[in-house]
Design a protein around this ligand. Structure first.
Ligand code: IPE
Ligand code: IPE
Ligand code: MG
Length: 240
């Protein structure tokens, strides 16, 4: 029998840091810090499992609604994460990509993030795609605007706007669509994550909170994924 395939692209909504902290009488900041440790474990596990692309939702376009103090904590932790993980990401041959608008990120964070992306751009191992200040609707809206501009310049015919043209303008251009979307923390919604890209992703939800997430949960998600029958609107292979 053929070996069951691991998903090429796994996308994770890293949710539940606040509740994890609350249950332990810790501050939300400590919850986010524990979430950062979970990310480290999961990056390592993906590497071992041979997953080509891991996209993690770290900050949504809606997360700006949170109190300023929490936003500051998250941005500070992001900078800390970049500095701490940089060398290891380079050494592990991981290619870091960022999706999401650079607009509102603190300039220092943006600069170090850009540096991390360029320092790892020649790496040939798995892709770690960070969704920061990301919103699926914004992604699609900006793609539409760019296509509109091309049409206005006369560089494109509206009749040539097809699915691959749209996909090619999304922030994930060049990456395969996610095969598996994981959301911890018991919430069962997509919260404006990769809306276009997850058209045929398999969804897996777990009540485990993100700071408790690790290789074990990832492996469980993959086992479930491997038992799913992906038909893409067609019929099972053995059916006539
Ligand atoms: C996820 O944890 C981190 C971000 C959204 C940035 P939360 O902060 O959403 O944790 P809960 O949902 O309050 O538990
Ligand atoms: C989604 O989590 C965004 C990230 C994990 C970055 P939220 O906690 O912001 O989502 P909602 O508010 O529960 O939908
Ligand atoms: Mg949440």
């Amino acid at each position: 029998m053929e070996e069951p395939k691991v998903p090429r692209h796994v996308a994770i909504i890293m949710d539940g840091n606040g509740r994890w902290a609350q249950r332990r009488n810790l501050t939300r900041a400590e919850g986010h810090r524990a979430g950062m440790a979970a990310l480290r474990r999961v990056v390592e596990a993906c590497d071992k499992l041979g997953i080509e692309v891991l996209t993690v939702y770290g900050f949504s376009t809606e997360n700006w609604k949170r109190p300023r103090s929490e936003v500051t904590v998250l941005m500070d932790l992001l900078l800390e994460w970049i500095r701490k993980e940089r060398d290891e990401l380079i050494q592990r041959n991981i290619q870091v990509r960022v999706i999401g608008g650079p607009g509102r990120l603190p300039p220092r964070t943006r600069q170090e993030l850009d540096e991390l992306v360029s320092a790892t751009s020649g790496n040939t191992g798995h892709v770690l795609c960070l969704a920061l200040n990301y919103g699926g609707r914004r992604d699609i809206t900006e793609a539409a605007r760019r296509l509109g501009e091309r049409v206005r310049r006369g560089a494109m015919d509206p009749a040539d706007i097809d699915e691959s043209a749209v996909a090619g303008e999304l922030m994930t251009a060049g990456l395969p669509d996610p095969d598996l979307l994981i959301r911890p923390s018991g919430e069962m919604r997509v919260s404006n994550f990769l809306l276009w890209q997850m058209a045929y992703a398999e969804l897996w939800f777990t009540p485990v909170l993100w700071p408790d997430f690790g290789a074990e949960q990832l492996e469980e998600a993959i086992r479930v994924y491997q038992s799913r029958d992906r038909r893409y609107g067609g019929l099972r292979e053995e059916e006539p």
